[in-house]
Design a protein around this ligand. Structure first.
Ligand code: FAD
Ligand code: MLT
Ligand code: ZN
Length: 468
């Protein structure tokens, strides 16, 4: 089947408005959020149902044309951007965005893959329920993309990664068949836990069309503090106290370097309300109990007395709370506006974070010496998960590879992972193949070969596979 035959067949099955071929219409789907990756495509297909997705997949498989699944296109690893060949079909799930059912008693929500996280959480909040996933791109990221990347964010220390909340999944496989288990059982050991195979699979094993997620009772009370600390060690000390003192009410514990916050202040004309020190921590607790505020204030009093804090402020109301979070959630955009940056999404055991940061300074000084590049760290992250965005602003594009390799080597030496939450996509593929255990890579290749023998689904991302 030629490309023209495929387009004609797609147009036979879907209305013309659901198949985009004009350059201007396709353009937003062909580059990633950071504008780091640019691709081309035969068309962008916008299915409205699982049956549409099956039809598109069958036709592409017949034509031997690759499919690049896409949700909100906010991923940070280039996973949703097609290659430059112009032979792929981008399959956007954005029109499959229905919330199918909310079960307040069974604590589940069933939704199509294209539903946007903020929309889903707002619908749940109206019923005093919540899906505790929170990060800066929540106004665009979709449920399918979140599961396909196994997204993390600020609430992981309490609720785990997105994949931990999956109770049901519907997936279209590379041959167009569908596996659909959407009853949302909390307990089901009648077979392999196959759904987890698709969590974090970045569109390379199947296309997620619907999911059932475990939800929880909305926690209407929250308490939030923005704190300045002189060292990463002090921040870890405070985190230990918070785990003991706040327990499972601790919802977020985010760390931000002074330099990074100063870039946010400059880029968005914002003012950090505390006297800054080397690090800032944004700490939040949430609860269904009205007593949270008293307990949180008592905890903060003890923290100030401990001498760990240089300065701090507790949000007095929702608008102050939002202002604290605005500083945190503007870090990625401020970084993008500050010039070229080399991104890292690393994790190390929490106990080794201060060690990693100290050794990181020496590693960066070495790379700067060897490459002649000027390096300015823009570091922040989710300290409770050992996950740092150890991002480096760099004036020389050619130094990026050396920076990546040096940082990743240190991560491995510290017993860590080179991608904690953003995934591999195309951005980290070569580094993963350089550093991951060979047995894991071989297993992944075997799974890919079994599920997608013709490498139709998202080639060149996550798993190399073989393109026949
Ligand atoms: P896309 O970007 O469209 O796709 C991501 C990957 O999933 C691609 O490989 C794509 O092929 C695949 N995919 C998408 N939909 C499907 C589907 N239905 N079936 C199969 N495969 C699919 N991530 C975090 O983990 N934590 C953070 O704190 C965080 N903060 C962020 C802040 C900002 C400002 C931005 C821009 C991004 C952030 N991210 C964060 C990145 C995050 O991974 C994505 O935002 C989100 O998980 C991806 O959802 P999406 O719908 O945009 O997916
Ligand atoms: C975050 O924690 O804000 C993100 O994962 C985004 C980033 O790394 O820039
Ligand atoms: Zn993050």
């Amino acid at each position: 089947m030629t490309s023209d035959d495929l387009l004609a067949a797609l147009r036979d099955h879907l209305p013309a408005r659901d198949i985009l071929t004009a350059a201007d219409d396709m353009q937003p789907f062909l580059k990633d959020w950071r504008h780091m990756f640019h691709g081309a495509a035969l068309c962008v297909a916008l299915p409205r149902s699982t049956a549409d997705v099956q039809q598109i997949v069958r036709l592409c498989a017949q034509a031997g044309v690759a499919i690049v699944p896409q949700g909100g296109n906010t991923g940070l690893a280039g996973g949703a951007t097609p290659d430059a060949s112009g032979r792929s079909v981008v399959l956007s799930l954005s029109r499959m965005n229905r919330i199918v059912a909310i079960d307040r008693t069974g604590l589940t929500v069933t939704a199509e893959a294209g539903v946007i996280l903020d929309t889903l959480r707002a619908a749940l909040a109206e019923m005093q329920r919540d899906l505790p996933i929170s990060f800066g791109a929540s106004g665009s990221a979709t449920l399918g993309g979140i599961l396909a990347t196994n997204a993390g964010g600020a609430n992981v220390l309490r609720s785990g990664m997105a994949g931990r909340m999956v109770l049901g999944l519907e997936v279209v496989l590379a041959d167009g068949s569908v596996v659909s288990e959407l009853s949302g059982l909390h307990k089901d050991n009648s077979g392999l836990n196959w759904m987890q195979l698709f969590v974090g699979s970045e569109g390379s094993l199947g296309i997620i069309t619907q999911a059932v997620m475990r939800i929880e009772t909305l926690r209407p009370y929250s308490a939030t503090a923005l704190l300045a600390l002189p060292s990463a060690g002090a921040a870890l000390g405070l985190y230990t106290r918070a785990v003991d003192g706040i327990g499972d009410r601790l919802a977020a514990f985010e760390i931000m370097s002074r330099d990074a916050i100063e870039r946010v202040e400059k880029a968005f004309d914002l003012k950090c309300p505390v006297e800054k020190d080397a690090w800032l921590v944004l700490m939040e607790a949430s609860s269904t109990s009205v007593h949270l505020e008293d307990d949180f204030n008592a905890f903060m009093e003890g923290a100030f007395e401990s001498g760990l804090l240089a300065d701090g402020a507790i949000a007095a109301n929702q608008s102050q709370r939002q202002a604290f979070w605005r500083l945190r959630e503007s870090l990625t955009e401020a970084e993008a506006l500050s010039g070229r940056s080399v991104k890292h999404d690393i994790s190390v055991p929490v106990s080794r974070m201060a060690d990693f940061l100290a050794r990181g300074d020496a590693v960066l000084a070495d790379v700067a010496r060897q490459t002649g590049a000027v390096l300015n760290p823009h570091v922040f992250g989710h300290i409770g998960d050992g996950n740092l965005h150890y991002n480096i602003l760099c004036d020389r594009h050619e130094a990026a590879g050396a920076i990546n390799r040096a940082v990743h080597d240190l991560v491995i030496a510290c017993g860590g992972s080179i991608t904690a939450e953003h995934g591999v996509g195309q951005y980290r593929l070569s580094e993963v193949y350089r550093l991951a255990p060979p047995a894991r890579l071989a297993l992944q290749e075997r799974i890919k070969a079994a599920l997608d023998p013709d490498t139709i689904l998202n080639p060149g991302k996550l798993i190399r596979g073989a393109r026949p």
